[in-house]
Each structure stands twice: as structure tokens, then as C-alpha cells.
Ligand binder design. Structure first.
Ligand code: HEM
Length: 194
């Protein structure tokens, strides 16, 4: 009997981006982005810019071959509805979209977007205090239709069943966290007025 000692890709990505996640979590929490509608607008703008960056990944045929429900996982439309609920204008800023490339690269970006749905559970509870729900303002923080843990388990099972170019996936997962940080850097100054 042979034992496969190779760690699953999602575990490698989790460990490799742990510090970046921690920094972002602490920074967003310290900025109190979930304590008022004005402050939450900044979070929504960051989410909008990031999900606009990655939206094309959700319609790729190679990704659909791996994850047949991929189109339903895209939260860009829900973020747009949240912005409309709260009368948040769409940011005009249009940075060059990231160059994604191979399927290994795409999985790095998707890991960050899909994994962030776990943290969304915590955030959905925080924004209840400011009147935001699955039907108003915090639609994109709700669980996917299949349920939060099923959605994440399904993503991990599909990804971890295959062999990947791990270094490429990790580089792109890091790039995804860098991209969210860049958008937060761009949007944070508007908190002064909030
Ligand atoms: C204040 C902001 C945030 C908080 C409080 C937070 C909190 C959390 C928590 C509690 C988990 C683990 C859930 C579990 O294991 O059941 C998690 C997972 C995750 N979050 Fe966040 N998060 C925040 C922001 C973000 C952002 C902005 C991103 C990226 C866009 C992100 C990406 C991820 C990823 C990729 C995972 C999955 C890690 C893994 O288990 O592999 N998070 N988050």
C-alpha cells in the first residue's frame, strides 16, 4: 500500500495565505467597517472592485468542467444589489484587471473568493446590528443556496482531488489578497468623510 503524503492544495493555500488573511481581517475589524452603513459602504466598494476583477473566472469553461455550479457561486450581482439597497455609487476607478492565466492560477483566485464565504458568516452576524440582512444590504454575505459548509466542502473536494501546479496556485492566491489590500488602500481615505 502506498500512502500519499502530499498535502491537499487548499491546505497549502490556507497555510500560505494565513498571514495575509490575518492582516486583512485585523485591519478591516480595526477600521470598524461593520459598525455603521457609512463605514460598511467602504467594505462594499472593496468587495465590488475585487469581485469585478475576478468575475470572468466564473464563466471559464475549464473552471466549469471542474466545478459545474461555478456560475452560481459568483457574488458580483449580489454585491451590486447590496450597493443599490444602500445607495452606494459604483466606484468609477478601473484598474487593469489581473492577468489570471492557467487553471492552477484561476484556482488560486477562486480559493480566496470561495474561502471568504466562511468569514462572511461572522460578518453577516456583525452587520445584523446595523439592520443588514440576507434580503437587504448584506445579500452577498448570505450562505450559497446549498448551504455554507456544503458549498465550501464541495469546492475543496473538487479541487483537492486533482494534481496542481501548486506554486502557481499559491502565487495567485497571494495576488488575490494583494488585490483586496490594494482596493482597501484605495477606498480607505473615504472613511474620513464617513
Ligand atoms: C473582517 C474581515 C474578516 C473576518 C472577520 C474574517 C473571518 C474569517 C473566519 C472566521 C474564517 C474561518 C471560518 C471557518 O474556518 O469556519 C475565514 C476564512 C477565510 N477567509 Fe476571512 N475574514 C475576513 C475577511 C476576509 C477577506 C476580505 C478575505 C478575502 C477576500 C477573506 C478570505 C478568507 C479565506 C480564503 C478563508 C478560508 C481559509 C481556509 O480555511 O482555507 N477573509 N475568515
Amino acid at each position: 500500500m502506498t500512502v500519499d503524503l502530499k498535502p491537499a492544495l487548499t491546505m497549502v493555500l490556507r497555510q500560505g495565505t494565513h498571514a495575509a488573511h490575518d492582516r486583512l481581517d485585523k485591519r478591516m475589524t480595526a477600521l470598524n467597517l461593520f459598525s455603521s452603513h457609512d463605514r460598511y459602504q467602504i467594505f462594499l466598494a472593496v468587495q465590488y472592485l475585487f469581485h469585478r476583477d475576478i468575475s470572468d473566472i466564473y464563466s471559464r469553461a475549464d473552471v466549469a468542467a471542474l466545478l459545474p455550479d461555478i456560475q452560481n457561486r459568483n457574488r458580483l450581482k449580489l454585491i451590486e444589489q447590496d450597493m443599490q439597497d444602500l445607495c452606494v455609487p459604483y466606484p468609477m476607478v478601473r484598474k487593469t484587471p489581473p492577468v489570471v492565466g492557467t487553471l492552477s492560477a484561476a484556482i488560486g483566485w477562486l480559493y480566496v473568493a470561495e474561502g471568504s464565504k466562511l468569514g462572511a458568516n461572522v460578518l453577516a452576524k456583525r452587520v445584523q446590528d446595523i439592520g443588514l440582512t440576507d434580503n437587504f444590504g448584506a445579500r452577498h454575505l448570505a450562505a450559497d443556496a446549498q448551504g455554507r459548509s456544503q458549498s465550501w466542502t464541495g469546492f475543496k473536494a473538487a479541487v483537492d482531488a486533482l494534481e496542481w501546479d501548486v506554486a502557481t496556485s499559491l502565487r495567485h492566491a497571494e495576488a488575490a489578497f494583494d488585490r483586496v489590500t490594494m482596493h482597501l488602500n484605495r477606498c480607505e481615505p473615504y472613511l474620513q468623510a464617513a
